[in-house]
Design a binder for this molecule. Structure first.
Ligand SMILES: NC(=O)c1ccc[n+]([C@@H]2O[C@H](COP(=O)([O-])OP(=O)(O)OC[C@H]3O[C@@H](n4cnc5c(N)ncnc54)[C@H](O)[C@@H]3O)[C@@H](O)[C@H]2O)c1
Ligand SMILES: O=C(O)[C@H](O)CO
Length: 328
């Protein structure tokens, strides 16, 4: 007699190859349209499935989890960041949470460098000049940016992506500094030629460029608040490819408008798509639509990770990318 297949609900459209494999392995419910589920749809899905595959666009808070069915045993997130899931409450309810770390690392680090270069070398301004047809030729003083070689890069959150950013930035001749929950092992720190700062305040005050690469947790919410942003040098730049909530977006906008810091490159925002409109008006800001890990290859690998986590759970083992509250 065939064994009962695990019931899996996926909240967003995934690459075709991933959806096909989902169908082969599980009793899967896939969506036809690619809009985020409403809260009611999410709760309804969580009342009938064994495994939910959400993304960053699904807010799975304590209230939503409180209405999930007893059947729900695993939330296999499609993405590395899990700040949209109340992992603590899930655990209390006996629901496991897994994510997709590692496969997003190189692509997100590439995008971090792209933002650093875009802001310091004014790439979007140059592009706009070409697109409007306003370029009237080379001039010694036109479109001058800042050199990044020799500059101090301060990485806040020296995990997988932070270290991948450090490797790239070293190749660009930057000096690497970092603040992290824990200091790296000496051999890793040595390989990256990175300088450790125990005090985030002291690091922030001395850097030319700051890159945010820590997760959004209660401890990192507004870690870059108005007071700390004011410690930055007036010619410094900040980039964020982690989560918007780590920076006080309104304070950052005010400081950029007042030229109290030189520029910002943002891939993520404090309130999702509801971006401070004043940010859009600024020339010294480069805004991207949360596309740090958006490569064809990466999206398939994220799906493969999700499949592996579910399959391992289905086989009676601990999913390899289990997220436990102590990690956050
Ligand atoms: N823009 C995107 O598309 C995109 C893609 C992937 C990941 N992300 C975000 O990037 C984050 C980091 O991903 P990762 O794979 O590098 O995670 P990771 O767990 O490997 O690294 C995170 C690092 O942050 C450090 N950290 C945590 N709290 C801290 C604190 N209070 N102060 C200083 N350091 C702290 C941790 O010690 C760890 O070293 C994810 O949580 C996710 O939110 C964004
Ligand atoms: O965390 C990630 O992997 C991306 O931001 C998408 O959720």
């Amino acid at each position: 007699m065939p064994s009962k297949r695990l019931s899996v609900t996926v909240t967003r459209r995934l690459p075709d190859a991933v959806e096909t494999r989902m169908r082969e392995l599980f009793d899967v419910t896939l969506r036809d349209d690619d809009t985020p589920m409403t809260t009611a749809e999410l709760i309804s899905a969580m009342q009938t499935c064994d495994v939910l595959v959400p993304t960053v666009t699904d807010e799975i808070n304590a209230q939503v989890l409180g209405q999930a069915g007893d059947r729900l045993k695993l939330i296999a997130n499609y993405g590395a960041g899990v700040d949209h899931i109340d992992v603590q409450t899930a655990r209390q309810r006996g629901v496991l949470v897994s994510n997709t770390p590692g496969v997003v690392t190189e692509d997100t680090a590439d995008m971090t460098m792209a933002l650093i270069l875009s802001v310091t070398r004014r790439i979007p301004e140059g592009l706009a000049l070409m697109q409007t047809g306003d370029w009237d030729g080379w001039a010694p003083t036109a479109m001058l940016g800042g050199r990044i070689a020799g500059r101090r890069l301060g990485i806040l959150g020296m995990g997988r992506i932070g270290q991948a950013v450090a490797r790239r930035a070293r190749a660009f001749g930057m000096q690497i500094h970092y603040n992290n929950r824990r200091r790296l092992r000496p051999e890793v720190e040595g390989d990256l030629d990175a300088t450790w700062w125990d005090s985030l305040d002291q690091m922030v005050a001395r850097m030319d460029i700051i890159s945010i690469n820590c997760p959004h947790t209660p401890a990192t919410f507004h870690l870059m608040n108005a007071r700390r942003l004011k410690l930055m040098k007036p010619d410094a730049v900040i980039v964020n490819t982690a989560r918007g909530e780590v920076i006080d977006e309104n304070a950052l906008t005010r400081m950029l408008r007042a030229s109290e810091i030189a520029g910002a490159g943002l891939d993520v925002y404090e309130n999702g798509t509801d971006i401070n409109p004043r940010l859009r008006e600024l020339k010294n800001v480069v805004l991207l639509p949360h596309m740090g890990s958006a490569t064809v290859e990466g999206r398939v690998e994220m799906g493969e990770k999700v499949l592996l986590n579910i399959k391992t759970f289905d086989d009676g083992h601990r999913p390899p990318d289990l997220v436990v509250p102590a990690m956050l």
